[in-house]
Write a protein that binds this ligand. Structure first.
Ligand code: HEC
Length: 117
């Protein structure tokens, strides 16, 4: 008896979750890219200066697309600092640690955006 009560309480809880937990329903998957923070804007400038020619707008060019997969920040940093294959390494003299942080912030924004911005 006690078990059934617990079970139905649990079921009720799950039900309420499935009714209330969908605040994002109807919201499009992509959000427009708003260059809201200065950090992201600076990241964009760094991107345009150093990455754009091979990853145009984050899409594939000479390099692969980088706007279509959830690359973790540390991986982007590693790739930028060490390069790989055709991609050159960018040392601190070229892209400072702070600029790299902003670049990563921009790239994370970019992959949520629908269009190249
Ligand atoms: C000279 C062309 C070139 C430039 C400039 C360049 N890349 Fe790349 N990038 C590549 C190529 C080519 C690869 C693929 C390397 C491989 O796998 O051999 C790549 C790979 C990557 C990857 C890994 C993608 C994946 O699917 O794992 C990331 C992240 C990346 N680049 C970010 C950047 C960023 C950020 C910049 C600017 C600081 C930049 N790249 C500048 C050519 C370039």
């Amino acid at each position: 008896m006690k078990k059934t009560a617990l079970l139905s309480a649990g079921l009720l809880f799950l039900l309420s979750l499935s009714f209330c937990g969908t605040a994002r329903r109807g919201v499009p998957m992509f959000e427009p890219l708003s260059i809201s923070s200065p950090a992201v804007a600076q990241g964009k400038a760094v991107f345009k200066a150093h990455c754009q020619k091979c990853h145009p707008g984050g899409t594939a060019g000479l390099g692969p697309a980088i706007n279509n997969k959830p690359l973790p920040g540390f991986l982007i940093r590693y790739q930028v600092r060490h390069g790989l294959g055709v991609m050159p390494a960018f040392k601190e003299e070229v892209i400072s640690d702070q600029e790299l942080d902003h670049l990563v912030a921009y790239l994370k924004k970019l992959r949520k955006a629908k269009d190249e911005v």
